[in-house]
Design a protein around this ligand. Structure first.
Ligand code: ADP
Length: 474
């Protein structure tokens, strides 16, 4: 009985530590907007890098022709071919081919990696047909999604700042990523030009904008998390004199590294960070994204086991980092059977915990709920922070806009945020908590004007769209 009280105590403490009251969320919103300002004001002015992308015009539906894209960001890379009909026709078709990156190439030389990628691309190009015709007198053009931190020097070039996610090819750091790819393509004698180098968030924004021109920001919530949005060039103080035809530019926030003292941090977060290969880095990401949520839950369960005997003696597997993956955590959370049968199965198969009583299983479900709710609500606050920065959160009152005929109207402007990523797409409780919190923070007058749109394959298709809108022949 005393021991059970300790379990309840751990749960209570977690609940309190993860509290995301509306007041606290508003503080996070403000902190996000403030950090965005700081990151735009000077290089290194904030934990938010606020990277320039040199993307100043987003696809609008008039792009035409066949374009290629390459998406490199994790353990898989993808080659895509997209056919665009122009005149606001939807995408006529697209083909994707996925390839795992052979592990030895992730730590070899840039030449080896890109030769492998270029040869896959070449084989993919050879399979053209099915109406995907690139006129013989035209060079094929390619958008390259590269989801690692890059210091962009133009829309089609940029220098790798550092590798993440298990990649470590030292000779590439400091090199132009697009140039490495272009050289490998040329070595194979393939006639193709890299015309856009983009971050995955920017690809998502491009696809969102292609379908709906009110799309102004994009968020990725998968293994990691990041966001980008359209900023006015005159607000990008750190690169004074930056001029674009549209007066705007997409900024890659690298928001995973956001930090504020207002974030509800627990001892589990502190420990997870200290045990990670990148302590003090990616603090926001470590509270939100799919790479970490399962492990936060594991840490809470381990604490409960240490404080009591709720799992009997068989707790050794709980001390194994990352043994509880986020998709399993989601399955525990979303088990709707009255006797939590699925929870039993997962506890047994993954953690080797047998005969866990129902009341303990209920506690575990509750832990998942607390951790996911906090993550989703913090992501929501981040999104509203972006809206606040660009004056779309309604805080200036319901703004007046001009209609097409120039008449002022008191209607508020519609704002769309494109969202993509495995965690958001596959975890419905996460999605619900996120949209609920966005509506709660904005209030009922403004919320109806803000639309969250789920996208699929945006990071790849978007790069092909950007290749089209930055094509040398358009
Ligand atoms: P990446 O972010 O690696 O490019 P994805 O956007 O597909 O790729 O995200 C994959 C991540 O999404 C996984 O690491 C996992 O954490 C999370 N995820 C995938 N499926 C689920 C699921 N059913 N429930 C919760 N999270 C999931």
């Amino acid at each position: 009985r005393r021991k059970w009280n300790r379990v309840v105590g751990v749960l209570r403490e977690l609940e309190e530590g993860c509290s995301t009251s509306i007041g606290r969320l508003r503080q996070v919103v403000d902190a996000m907007a403030v950090e965005m300002h700081a990151g735009l004001a000077s290089e290194g002015g904030s934990k938010l890098k606020m990277l320039l992308t040199f993307v100043d015009n987003l696809p609008n539906g008039n792009e035409k022709g066949t374009y290629y894209a390459l998406d490199l960001g994790g353990t898989n890379f993808r080659v895509l071919r997209v056919q665009l009909g122009g005149k606001n026709s939807l995408i006529l078709g697209h083909e994707v081919e996925r390839q795992p990156i052979p592990e030895h190439l992730m730590t070899s030389t840039s030449e080896d990696l890109f030769d492998f990628i270029a040869s896959t691309l070449e084989k993919f190009v050879e399979k053209e047909g099915n109406g995907y015709i690139v006129p013989l007198d035209r060079r094929r053009e390619l958008g390259f999604t590269f989801s690692f931190p890059v210091k962009q020097t133009s829309v089609s070039s940029g220098i790798l700042i550092k590798w993440t996610k298990g990649f470590s090819i030292e000779d590439m750091v400091g090199k132009d990523v697009a140039e490495c790819l272009q050289q490998a393509i040329s070595r194979r004698g393939l006639d193709m030009r890299v015309v856009a180098l983009v971050n995955d968030t920017v690809g998502t924004l491009a696809l969102g904008h292609y379908h709906d021109e009110d799309t102004v920001a994009a968020v990725i919530i998968g293994t990691g998390t990041n966001a980008c949005y359209v900023e006015r060039t005159d607000a990008i103080i750190k690169s004074q004199g930056l001029l674009t035809k549209s007066g705007g530019m997409v900024v890659n926030m690298e928001w995973g590294n956001f930090w504020s003292t207002h974030l509800p941090r627990t001892s589990y977060d502190t420990d997870l960070d200290a045990d990670s290969p990148n302590p003090n880095d990616q603090g926001f990401e470590k509270m939100i994204s799919g790479m970490y949520l399962g492990d936060i839950v594991r840490r809470v369960m381990l604490r409960m086991a240490e404080e009591s005997d709720i799992f009997g003696d068989a707790t050794c597997r709980l001390s194994e980092p990352f043994i509880l993956r986020t998709p399993l955590m989601a399955a525990i959370h979303e088990d709707e059977s009255p006797d939590l049968r699925e929870v039993s199965r997962i506890l047994q198969e993954t953690l080797e915990l047998t005969n866990v009583p129902l009341k303990v299983r209920k506690v575990i479900v509750r832990v998942c709920d607390i951790v996911t709710r906090r993550a989703a609500r913090l992501a929501a606050a981040g999104i509203v922070g972006i809206l606040k920065k660009i004056g779309r959160d309604g805080s200036g009152g319901v703004m007046s806009v001009r209609t097409k005929t120039g008449e002022p109207s008191s209607r508020m402007r519609r704002t769309v945020v494109a969202i993509e990523g495995g965690l958001y797409a596959s975890y419905s409780m996460f999605r619900e908590y996120l949209s609920e919190a966005v509506a709660e923070i904005l209030g009922e007058e403004v919320a109806p004007y803000v639309v969250l749109k789920i996208l699929e394959d945006g990071s790849g298709i978007g790069a092909a769209l950007l290749a089209a809108s930055h094509s040398s022949s358009s």
